[in-house]
Design a binder for this molecule. Sequence first.
Ligand code: FAD
Length: 392
Amino acid sequence: MVDFSLRPEDRALQERTRDFVRSAVVPFEKDPRWTDHGPTEVLREALNALAREAGLLAPQVAPEFGGLGLGHVQRALVFEASGYSILGPVAMHCAAPDEGNLHLLELVASPAQRERYLRPMAQARWLSCFAMTEPHPGAGSDPAQLASRADRDGDHFVVNGHKWLITGADGARVVIVMARAFDGAHELGPTMFLAHLPDPAVKVVRLLDTMDSSFVGGHAELRIEGLRVHRDDVLGEIGQGLRYAQVRLAPARLTHCMRWLGSAMRAQEIALDYAGRRQAFGQPLARHGGLGAMLADNEIDLHVCRLAILQAAWTLDQGESGRHVSSLVKVFVSEALFRVADRCLQVLGGMGVTRDTPVERIFREIRAFRIYDGPSEVHRWAIANRITPREH
Ligand SMILES: Cc1cc2nc3c(=O)[nH]c(=O)nc-3n(C[C@H](O)[C@H](O)[C@H](O)COP(=O)(O)OP(=O)(O)OC[C@H]3O[C@@H](n4cnc5c(N)ncnc54)[C@H](O)[C@@H]3O)c2cc1C
């Protein structure tokens, strides 16, 4: 039997998150400390303090690290509610890339690494970044092109590389670097390394000017030159970096879906309100067939997105890796939510392109989501490879 009812305690937490975001976070949306490169550190700390006070800071992490230890379905409910404001996940410390990094460390870090890195990260005392993508000819959609390398030097590895599009690198206190490990001429394979920042060996070359602006620290280009990492700071096993990237990415792409669903719901709420009030040709906009159909299509897309996310989250709660289902859902949701944001913008007419409502920003943010955590085309290609028979 499939039971779609929510447990009372989950519904209560969802409601509490909704109330918190509407009353405490939304008022910060016009704050000048929200810049083109995301909320500043000062704004982020102020928002975290409010979430901490409300008992809603990092609800996804295990209770031993100060969170509520939410399962994946519970995350779907709470993260969607947090996404009502783009600043909601920042406030609650469940935004990317920290949320994915925390999840990865909870699963893979050694006991010493959990104390050294995970604890301060979980309490939002330290932010973190995840450095995998490289400019041409390095790793992008195809991680096998990874060019950064880490050469063994006694008990250390010396990491050199060029990374870009690294969210939150500017201001992060922890970096997880993906590099190809070598012992002399012998390659050990792609490996994840943990390091404290700032470190003179990790330089922010520039902050990239991007269409999105929700992530603390924006997105940076990095040069890593001679970063010394003790072997105790190898994350997990040497040579298993690509496997851990999947461990991180399968749930991380779903949590993006959850948060952006909340933002798209907000856009629809604004569009419905406008279309109900604004008159044209003798009646409210919503009564004009073409526009009403757009609002109805939004309702359909939002409903199907929520069901798809919840089912995928349930799959993860059953202990499965969720690699395939999270791929399917990421493609559908990122494209459906973009359609929703696009229609909402159109419903608002000229106001849609202004910053008088959050819809313009939601539209830009959701567009970028079709690229990160795997562009749609790469997921479709990978799905096709998994579902079609192999040649013999
Ligand atoms: C806002 C944002 C934040 C990001 N944050 C991070 C971060 O914190 N850390 C990090 O490491 N990276 C981050 N990234 C990088 C992101 O993961 C990459 O942009 C993504 O993996 C695609 O790689 P690429 O940009 O090199 O595109 P490319 O590999 O150059 O691909 C370009 C296009 O080619 C197409 N394509 C590629 N392969 C295939 C295929 N097999 N079949 C069909 N079409 C294909 C796709 O349409 C793709 O969009 C971020 C990116 C963005 C936009």
